[in-house]
Design a protein around this ligand. Structure first.
Ligand SMILES: [Zn+2]
Ligand SMILES: [Zn+2]
Length: 183
């Protein structure tokens, strides 16, 4: 039994507004640029670069979601995207977790990482000192089309921004646009 597991922490779930609990598995949802680079050992790594403005502030504020709430959001996106064929491009670096479409070098994507908020070990008596632990597992990676679908038709997390443009770019690259799946 982890001590303080029942305690609410200072963060809330962006989807339902409930307080997050210390020690609970949540997701951290961010908009980033995804890039593949050589790992120096013959393999490749995916790197995620935050989108920041000239003052190093986030252009897209990152949000915490409870595990159950993120899974609901993901299912809602999947449901909406099942109406469409996913975009397949040449030279993809990875695939979108929800629609299976191609994601290419440098694209703007949404990522959702499992994370656990803990009482700070450095400062355990300070209520506001929290540590973020991210287990070493691959995040969900969502293409710009899926993020646009989430933001427009499920829950609005961000003002309209560049990932909307990226969704349109994906449409242009695919030559002919996103078409309704047959049947
Ligand atoms: Zn929630
Ligand atoms: Zn997608």
């Amino acid at each position: 039994m982890v001590e303080a597991v029942d305690h609410r922490c200072s963060q809330i779930c962006a989807a339902c507004g409930d307080s997050l609990l210390y020690g609970q598995s949540n997701y951290l949802l961010q908009i980033v640029h995804v890039k593949m680079s050589a790992d120096g050992q013959g393999g490749f790594n995916l790197n995620f670069e935050s989108v920041v403005d000239a003052n190093e502030d986030y252009v897209y504020f990152p949000y915490y979601l409870e595990e159950i709430c993120w899974k609901k959001e993901r299912e809602a996106i999947q449901e909406l995207m099942s109406e469409y064929e996913s975009y397949i491009f040449r030279n993809p670096i990875c695939a979108c977790t929800t629609c299976g479409g191609s994601i290419t070098q440098g694209e703007l994507v949404g990522i959702a990482h499992v994370c656990i908020i803990k009482v700070s070990e450095r400062d355990p008596d300070n209520e506001n000192a929290e540590d973020l632990y991210m287990p070493p597992q691959n995040p969900d990676i969502l293409c710009a089309c899926c993020m646009q679908e989430l933001n427009v038709n499920v829950t609005t997390y961000w003002e309209e921004g560049d990932f909307i443009d990226d969704a349109q770019k994906r449409e242009a690259w695919s030559m002919g646009g996103r078409s309704a799946a047959a049947g």
